[in-house]
Design a protein around this ligand. Structure first.
Ligand code: ATP
Length: 790
């Protein structure tokens, strides 16, 4: 068999049952027994480009039953048919029992072909009714594999190369072998062909099934087509009926429309006629009314004309009468006119006068106008001036505002500065106190007075100042000449060191400079005691109470400082007392001199407030420096009066100037109370040297006692025993100065030295006493300050 790749001519005979014309084209092609791979798709399961040989197929596993053609474009009815066909073929397969194993292992779908290959078990009737296929014809040809003239030439017809062509004619054995091999080959081919034939039969069966399906589809389509055709016919009939009805309706409508138009035309003509008739009637009526109105108006006009004529006649009569009256009046008027002319003449004359006056007035007016112009120009100038002043005023007010702002800033700055000052003042006080503490609460200054004219010439002691150019703390006194037992005269140098040494050339101003800080301490609320110690005539009073001495200077400084402190909120009040201690009695130097030594004054201490008061003592408010000077004069005068009674009294008593300083700060609420005691001690002559007797002896004893007590008190303070006994009560002076000596105060002692040689021993005694005081260290001063109770 020769298999063309695209088409082949089937050897199957044509089917006995030829489809009627009008069947599907595919069936027609089948009828011609011509197949084209392009026309028909290969059956399912055989869609391979290269057909397999039967031997290859025999080795394959049994193929599954073909799936129902779900993707085919056929109806559900067609599908049902195909399934029925398959089941039918399955029944055929079950009927095959004696087939070869190779055949029986094939797909059930091909069992129709198998049944035809194997021994038939069907009844002859069934075989006879079964349509003959080309495969049947093929089978017969396989069963008789003899070459026939009708059979197309194949490869089997050709002698195998290298086989018979090479054999000799006499080589029958070889040729027999060739024949046998040829035979076996042909038999194999026959087997292949048989298998192919059975495949084709299966295909034909499938196509038949499909043909049946298509037939049923066609029948359904035909019936559907017939139904649709019937519907179409009925629809066409209905459409033609509707068209006829529509035509009828259109015709009826046009007839009706014509009728309506005609009726409308008739109605319109009627209305037109009626309107014309009505207009005619109205016109007629109007004409009649017009005639009637005209007639009535003509009548009224005649009546009016008659009335008017009558009125004209009456008016004419009246006019004649009026004319007569006018003439009369005219005569009167002419007469009046003449009078008026006379008046006019007079008026003209007046007018000339008035014109003259007017001219004058005009001149005056022009003058006034020029004045007005000048006034206006001056007014303009004034206005511009006012404007200028206003603008100036604005600038001035602006300047004022700036000045005010600057003033405010200045106030703010000032208040800030004041605040700063207050803070600094507090700090200053603290630092000041610290400085004073560092310097020691009891200090000793030594002052050597210059030789006086009254002093004996060339009888001055040899006093030198080794560190005068630097610290000025040392003083060296050459002692008196001493004669040894061998007759040698020796002079001993006595060196002393104090806090400050003032040479004879120093002035009160230089001295005050050193003590001014202590005065400041009194203002700050400390008790300060400054006293001068030395023999008579050494310059104690000069240092303390001279016009430029410590007391006036201290008072002036206090006033100045108190004034300066007012800016910082401090307001000071000062009260002063001046007392003397004479023979252990207190006298009020500001009181009456006749009461001296008679009136008893007691010293009282407030131990809690550390405040000393003297009974019946004069206390003056010192509101000005002049007041201080006056009380100083008073005290000196009183002392002079007393001196007349007691000779040399001034140097026989201790004078104490007590200045109490009370300060209050209105801003911080602080209050301070300080006392400045300026003491001029009595001369410290030795009793043995003074040679005094009587009252003078008593004076000297009291002086020495009190000075000795002062030394004892300082000595006791110097021991620094807490709670230790200090013998303040041993003398009036120490008792009076209890709160101004010791831990609660700052003390300064001047030791005044006379330069004369005769006083040398007293000088050395004083210097030794001063050294004792200088070597004493007393406790820390306490400030008498507290915050004011609210
Ligand atoms: N530094 C001085 N410079 C100039 N003169 C002085 C100086 N010191 C004292 N004198 C004078 O010396 C004299 C005696 O001085 P002063 O009276 O002050 O001594 P005194 O120590 O107070 O004596 P007394 O104890 O008797 O009162 C006075 O005339 C005084 O003017």
């Amino acid at each position: 068999m020769d298999f063309n790749e695209n088409s082949f001519i089937s050897q199957l005979r044509q089917p006995s049952r030829i489809p009627s014309p009008g069947k599907l084209l595919e069936v027609s092609a089948s009828a011609n027994n011509v197949r084209s791979s392009s026309m028909l798709p290969p059956p399912p399961g055989t869609a391979t480009l290269k057909r397999k040989t039967l031997a290859e197929r025999a080795g394959e596993p049994p193929r599954p039953a073909p799936a129902p053609p779900s993707s085919r474009p056929v109806s559900a009815a067609v599908k049902a048919t195909a399934i029925a066909g398959v089941s039918r073929n399955a029944s055929f397969s079950s009927s095959v029992s004696s087939r070869a194993p190779s055949v029986s292992s094939r797909n059930v779908s091909n069992s129709s072909f198998a049944s035809s290959v194997g021994p038939s078990t069907r009844p002859p009737s069934a075989q006879s009714t079964r349509p003959q296929t080309s495969m049947a014809h093929g089978r017969s040809s396989v069963q008789a594999p003899k070459p026939t003239p009708a059979r197309p030439a194949s490869s089997l017809d050709v002698q195998p190369s290298g086989g018979t062509g090479d054999r000799k004619a006499w080589d029958t054995r070889g040729r027999l072998e060739d024949m046998e091999s040829l035979y076996s080959e042909l038999r194999n081919k026959l087997n292949d062909t048989t298998h192919e034939s059975s495949g084709l039969k299966d295909t034909v069966a499938i196509y038949k099934t499909r043909l049946n399906e298509l037939e049923s589809t066609r029948a359904q389509l035909s019936s559907s087509n017939a139904t649709i055709s019937a519907d179409l016919k009925s629809t066409k009939a209905s459409l033609s009926r509707t068209t006829i009805d529509l035509e009828d309706a259109r015709r009826d409508h046009s007839i009706e429309l014509d009728d309506v138009k005609r009726q409308h035309r008739r109605d319109l003509d009627g209305a037109h006629r009626e309107a014309e008739e009505e207009a005619h009637k109205l016109s007629r009526k109007h004409h009649e009314e017009l005639i009637e109105l005209k007639r009535r108006l003509e009548n009224a006009l005649g009546d009016e004309k008659l009335r008017r004529i009558k009125e004209v006649q009456a008016l004419t009569t009246e006019a004649a009468l009026a004319e007569q009256r006018k003439e009369v009046e005219l005569d009167v008027k002419e007469k009046e006119l003449e009078g008026l002319k006379a008046d006019l003449h007079q008026s003209k004359a007046n007018l000339v006068c008035e014109q003259d006056l007017n001219r004058d007035l005009r001149i005056k007016l022009s003058e006034a106008a020029s004045n007005a112009m000048s006034l206006e120009s001056s007014m303009r100038a004034l206005r511009s001036r006012i404007d200028f002043l206003e603008s100036d005023s604005r600038s001035q007010s602006q300047a004022f505002a700036e000045v005010e702002q600057k003033l405010q800033e200045a106030f703010t700055t000032a208040s800030e500065a004041k605040e700063k000052l207050r803070v600094e003042e507090t700090l200053r006080r603290k630092l000041h106190n610290q400085v004073q503490e560092l310097k020691g609460n009891i200090r000793v200054f030594c002052r050597v007075r210059p030789p006086l004219e009254s002093d004996p010439v060339n009888e001055t002691a040899r006093i030198t100042f080794p560190d005068a150019d630097s610290d000025s703390k040392e003083v060296e006194v050459m002692g008196p000449e001493e004669k040894s037992s061998l007759g040698n005269i020796t002079t001993k140098s006595n060196a002393f060191t104090f806090d400050r040494v003032f040479a004879p050339s120093s002035q009160n101003a230089d001295v005050f400079e050193e003590i001014s800080q202590l005065v400041q301490s009194a203002l700050d609320g400390y008790n300060v005691c400054i006293f001068c110690y030395g023999q008579t005539g050494s310059g104690k009073t000069y240092t303390m109470s001279a016009d430029d001495g410590m007391i006036p200077r201290a008072v002036h400084q206090i006033y100045d400082t108190a004034q300066a402190l007012e800016e910082k909120g401090w307001k000071y009040s000062m009260e002063g007392s001046f007392v003397e201690v004479y023979n252990e009695n207190l006298n009020d130097l500001l009181g009456k001199p006749e009461e001296f030594d008679k009136k008893k004054h007691e010293i009282r201490h407030d131990m809690q407030k550390c405040k000393t008061t003297i009974t019946d003592i004069t206390t003056e408010d010192l509101d000005s420096p002049s007041k201080v000077e006056s009380i100083l004069r008073r005290a000196t005068a009183n002392r002079s009066v007393a001196a007349t009674k007691a000779n040399e009294r001034s140097s026989r008593s201790h004078s104490v100037f007590i200045l109490r300083l009370i300060g209050e700060n209105s801003i911080t609420g602080e209050r301070s109370e300080g006392t400045l005691n300026l003491v001029d001690l009595a001369g410290s002559e030795r009793l043995s040297q003074s040679g005094s007797t009587g009252d003078r002896l008593k004076e000297t004893q009291n002086i020495n006692k009190s000075l000795s007590c002062l030394g004892d008190v300082i000595g006791a303070l110097g021991q620094g025993k807490e709670g230790g006994h200090v013998p303040y009560r041993n003398s009036k002076l120490t008792y009076l100065l209890q709160f101004s000596l010791g831990g609660n105060s700052k003390t300064l002692m001047f030791v005044n030295i006379s330069p004369i040689y005769a006083s040398l021993n007293e000088t050395l005694t004083s210097l030794r006493f001063a050294t004792k005081v200088h070597n004493t260290h007393i406790g820390t001063a306490k400030r008498q300050a507290k915050i004011r109770d609210p």
